[in-house]
Design a protein around this ligand. Structure first.
Ligand code: XCC
Ligand code: SF4
Length: 629
């Protein structure tokens, strides 16, 4: 048992944000088990697994290799450590690519159903973007209805999952010099599902045993995600729900309300959460909430679906991935509504300690102990209303003695889509390029990814972002990293005071924060498009630009394709958590060094965010010097 000063200490050890700390304390007092307790119970974690030297691919295994060079040096099939480590990496990376891309496919399917008039509640919101993307696909737009165009576009995009034509249309957005590198090394993605299925084929016993060949395919699979599945998810979501524009809102657990029905929207796909945003506008539901004694309905987001809602509708964001159990532990959540990805299976158990109802909605992601309300495009709005009704019905069950809503929400500015950044610059990236050439902005770094219980929650993201802006490096963010910096107050124009004087002047001139929230994890595609446009303007490859990437607290398999498509596109990327590859020197050397000769970028692993900033700055300086600036 913890004493109260121990609880405070423990909470400060676990999380950076004070509202998170307060609820961690409450969760400990309430005896709630969270990821931090379960992480402690897993220690020490299996060293073979951490090094990636364990193979469980076939029934002759599991096999494991002695990491110190002794015996066994081969699996039963004869696979050596390089094969096993690279194959495990390809396997994990493909899972991540599949998650992003399958999410993308669902958005395209709803676009199609909407174009055919079969969906409920959806409409084509950004016609301009629809036409622009359709033209890239060679689809005629003149004199045609938006529904007709959308239908052709959706069918064109769906075809790219299997790939008949042998390349992914959106990868054509990359600069010629970058595409030439992909062609030279045979890693141009041919189709989204195709690369993932081929990856699954290659990891089967007795298929690909050459670690270089395996890693090249990992790059191709990652590119199919970044320039394919994820980019499709982003662009189709913009077409359906609007391309984000800068706006202000609020972040942290203090966004929960003391006297309204609190509904937390957690997961990834905006298809569900956007309908819930519409549903709460229903006057009958508003009235119903009042009848049940609440002052209204309070929607808050969590994780990436929260980022989608924040970016487009200004819905406040309650937190990132390690906040999911904490939100429930406030005792103030009537319903947590989830679709898929990053939903802890522990959630119903946590909810069981309070009055919270957990609603699962996807056929792909059922969790025992939750209420399942299947969500489909044909009945989307009706289901969304039913879900809200269920939350309202649960409001009288809130036990006020067990409620604690911490602190005050932090103001945030979000909504920096690529289009809006460009617009703010006057229509082209020329002013950004000039600022980079003049050294007002030394470079740009994308900080992305999750939280990980091994690292004090948000510490990696926030420390790295602060270090970089101090050095006049502009930061762009997505995912849980962006939420972390939102909680820390870095997504505000005033945060420019923490930046170096030159970056500060640029931010003040444009009225923007030094850390730009660009969206959810699939929206890393926005960063790719931005990098590509800048490179094209200069006639160079993405790998020539003074850019960097970082995932200081990543945990998810999805972070592997993200990091890999960054590197394969030419962006040097620093990971704060080591990937499971340290069992193979050859794999490690290729990813940390060898790739430099291919894409002019590589991976580095550096858990200390200040040292990570040093590495990123060094790399940016190297690229600046090579550009002669
Ligand atoms: Fe999940 Fe997307 Fe990671 Fe956050 S950043 S923990 S993947 S919610 Ni995407
Ligand atoms: Fe063992 Fe080879 Fe089977 Fe892996 S594929 S489990 S190394 S026999």
């Amino acid at each position: 048992m913890f004493s109260s000063s121990d609880i405070k200490q423990e909470a400060e050890k676990r999380a950076l944000d004070t509202t998170d700390q307060e609820i961690i304390g409450k969760a400990i007092e309430d005896g709630i088990e969270t990821a931090w307790e379960r992480f402690a119970l897993q220690q020490p974690q299996c060293g073979f697994g951490q090094l990636g030297v364990c193979c469980n691919n076939c029934a002759m295994g599991p096999c494991r290799i002695d990491p110190y060079g002794g015996k066994p040096s081969h699996g039963v099939c004869g696979a050596n450590v390089d094969t096993i480590v690279s194959r495990n990496l390809l396997d994990d990376l493909s899972v991540g690519a599949a998650a992003h891309s399958d999410h993308g496919r669902e958005v395209v399917e709803v676009l199609l159903e909407t174009a055919e008039g079969k969906s409920e509640g959806y409409r084509i919101c950004d016609e301009e973007k629809l036409k622009r993307v359709a033209e890239e696909y060679g689809i005629g737009t003149a004199g045609r209805s938006k529904e007709d165009i959308a239908k052709d576009l959706a069918l064109g995009m769906l075809a790219e999952f299997g790939s008949v034509k042998g390349f992914i249309q959106m990868a054509e957005r990359a600069p010629d010099k970058t595409k030439a590198i992909w062609t030279e090394f045979g890693i141009t993605p041919r189709g989204i599902d195709r690369e993932i299925v081929e990856a699954m084929h290659r990891v089967h016993m007795g298929v690909d045993a050459d670690f270089i060949n395996i890693l090249l395919h990992a790059m191709r699979t990652a590119l199919a995600d970044g320039w394919g599945g994820s980019m499709i998810a982003t662009d189709c979501s913009d077409i359906l729900f609007g391309t984000p524009k800068p706006l202000t809102s609020w972040a942290n657990l203090g966004t929960l309300s003391t006297d309204k029905v609190n509904v937390v929207l957690h997961g990834h796909n905006p298809l569900l959460s956007e309908m819930i945003v519409q549903a709460v506008e229903d006057p009958e539901l508003k009235k119903y909430a009042i009848e049940k004694g609440a002052k209204g309905i309070n929607l808050v987001g969590m994780c990436c679906t929260g980022n989608e809602l924040l970016m487009r509708s200004g819905i406040p964001i309650a937190g990132n991935v390690l906040d999911q159990e904490l939100a429930i532990a406030t005792g103030a959540v009537e319903a947590m509504v989830v679709d898929y990805q990053c939903i802890f299976p522990s959630i119903p158990a946590t909810a069981g300690c309070y009055h919270t109802k957990v609603v699962t909605t996807s056929r792909k992601a059922k969790i025992p102990g939750t209420q399942y309300m299947e969500f489909s495009a044909e009945t989307a709005l009706s289901t969304a209303k039913e879900i809200i009704r269920l939350a309202i019905d649960n409001y009288p069950n809130r036990n006020l003695d067990r409620v604690r809503i911490p602190g005050k929400p932090m103001k945030v500015m979000a909504g920096f889509s690529e289009e809006e950044i460009r617009k703010a610059l006057g229509g082209t990236y020329k002013p950004l390029i000039d600022a980079i050439v003049a050294g007002q902005i030394k470079g740009v770094v994308g900080i992305v990814g999750c939280n990980h219980p091994r690292i004090k929650q948000d510490y990696g993201h926030v420390t790295l972002a602060k270090e970089l802006i101090k050095r006049n490096i502009l930061v762009v963010e997505t995912g849980c990293a962006a939420i972390a910096c939102g909680k820390a107050g870095l997504l505000l124009p005033e945060a420019a005071d923490n930046a170096g004087s030159r970056l500060k002047a640029v931010c003040n001139l444009l009225g923007i924060p030094p850390v730009l929230h660009m969206g959810s994890c699939v929206d890393n595609s926005r960063i790719l498009v931005m990098a590509s446009m800048v490179a094209k303007e200069l006639g160079v490859s993405i790998g020539d630009l003074p850019l960097g990437g970082a995932a200081p607290e990543w945990y998810s398999q999805k972070a592997l394709p993200i990091g890999t498509y960054f590197v394969a596109s030419g962006v040097y990327t620093v990971l704060g958590i080591p990937p499971k590859i340290f069992g193979s020197k050859n794999v490690l050397n290729l990813l940390a060094e060898g790739l430099k000769g291919i894409t002019n970028s590589a991976f580095a692993v550096e858990p200390d965010p200040v040292k990570a900033a040093d590495l990123l700055e060094e790399e940016i300086n190297r690229k600046r010097a090579a550009l002669g600036i």
